[in-house]
Design a protein around this ligand. Structure first.
Ligand SMILES: [Zn+2]
Length: 361
């Protein structure tokens, strides 16, 4: 039986351990200690992702969640108010993805209590998911086998299934103008800030259509008040599920940079784009989707498929030919200081995990 009190305690313990991206060591140790007691074989790949396996390895089911959180995520103090857990201070709660970790760990504790013998199970706990899936992208897939993965990293109740996720492109633009004294000889300068503003003005912004977004997220530049600024750095991203839109936006970006260069021949503008993860759309007959919807229905819940504008480790797993489904873990307000976890949803999430383990044998 899923034990609500034990589950709440595990969750509060996990969020009390700081694990911003890149600093997952302590959370990993916490999970390792629990899994060792439950008899799992533990491995770490070169990147520090944690992999746990059962002794028997046949037609494995993969369960996964990530160990890192976003900022502000240090010194989190969880507060339980009836059915809701929130952060006491101005930090995130860390439900993303500690709720996912909790759901899996409680399902294992519950089954262990009933003397269930774990078999044909692989658990993957990744690092740096919040850094554009860096951990999963560096995961050593040769260390485990399994054709279906359930990833506990979605928003909302566990009946919420992520039906699609976009391709994600990051871009960095370095704009180099020419410095000059702002009062004595401004005409000798070429303001990189002016160039940046002209460039940004020509670029699209926000939601472009129902499957595409574009964002300039960070600008850094200039050095002092009284100098024409010589350097500006711009960071942005775009996401889309359409290959055609992806090509068009990449081209728009290059053309815009070229136009600004042509207008200001003395400037230097360096554009770097990087594809960080690729899109997917679950098919109705996806075998892994079938496994998940069956388990959700068995719990008396109604599967609710929803597209997502974000990426998860599922994007990487799917490209590695592992059928993957991302489910909700009882969290709302992810990546904000208003993040909360619903304990009944967390209980359901753990029950779903338990059902998935049982249905795989
Ligand atoms: Zn997450």
């Amino acid at each position: 039986m899923i034990n609500r009190e034990r589950l709440t305690n595990t969750f509060c313990e996990l969020v009390s351990i700081d694990s911003p991206s890149g600093e997952e060591e302590e959370v990993s140790k916490y999970i390792e200690a629990k899994l060792t007691k439950l008899g799992f074989i533990l491995l770490k790949d070169d990147y520090g992702n944690l992999i746990a396996k059962t002794k028997s390895n046949n037609n494995n089911l993969i369960l996964s969640a990530h160990m890192d959180t976003v900022e502000p995520g240090r010194g989190i103090i969880p507060v339980v108010e009836k059915d809701i857990i929130k952060s006491k201070t101005d930090t995130i709660l860390g439900g993303d993805c500690k709720a996912g970790l909790t759901g899996i760990l409680e399902a294992l504790d519950s089954l262990n209590e009933e003397h269930y013998e774990f078999k044909n199970l692989v658990l993957i706990f990744t690092r740096e998911e919040e850094l554009a899936l860096q951990g999963a992208r560096n995961l050593d897939f040769s260390k485990f086998e399994g054709s279906n993965a359930i990833i506990f990293d979605g928003e909302g109740p566990p009946s919420t299934i992520t039906s699609s996720s976009p391709t994600y492109i990051s871009f960095d633009i370095e704009i180099i103008g020419r410095a000059a004294h702002a009062g004595a000889e401004p005409e000798k300068g070429l303001s990189a800030i002016i160039l940046a503003s002209k460039l940004i003005n020509k670029l699209p912004q926000g939601r472009l259509d129902n499957e595409t977004t574009f964002n300039i997220g960070k600008i850094e530049g200039g050095s002092v008040r009284n100098a024409v600024p010589a350097n500006v750095y711009v960071q942005g991203e775009f996401r889309t599920s359409s290959l055609e839109t992806l090509d068009n936006l990449s081209e728009t970006l290059s053309i815009t940079v070229r136009e600004i260069k042509d207008e200001f021949p003395d400037s230097k503008i360096n554009l770097k784009t990087e594809l960080l993860f690729e899109n997917y759309k679950l098919k109705d007959n996806d075998p892994c989707l079938k496994i998940v919807t069956n388990a959700i229905e068995k719990l008396g819940l109604k599967p609710n498929l929803k597209p997502s504008g974000g990426g998860t480790d599922g994007n990487v797993f799917i490209k590695k030919d592992i059928k993957s489904v991302v489910v909700g873990m009882g969290v709302t307000g992810m990546h904000t200081i208003n993040e909360t976890v619903s304990i009944p949803d967390l209980v359901d999430s753990s029950s779903l995990c338990q059902e998935l383990i049982l249905s795989n044998c």
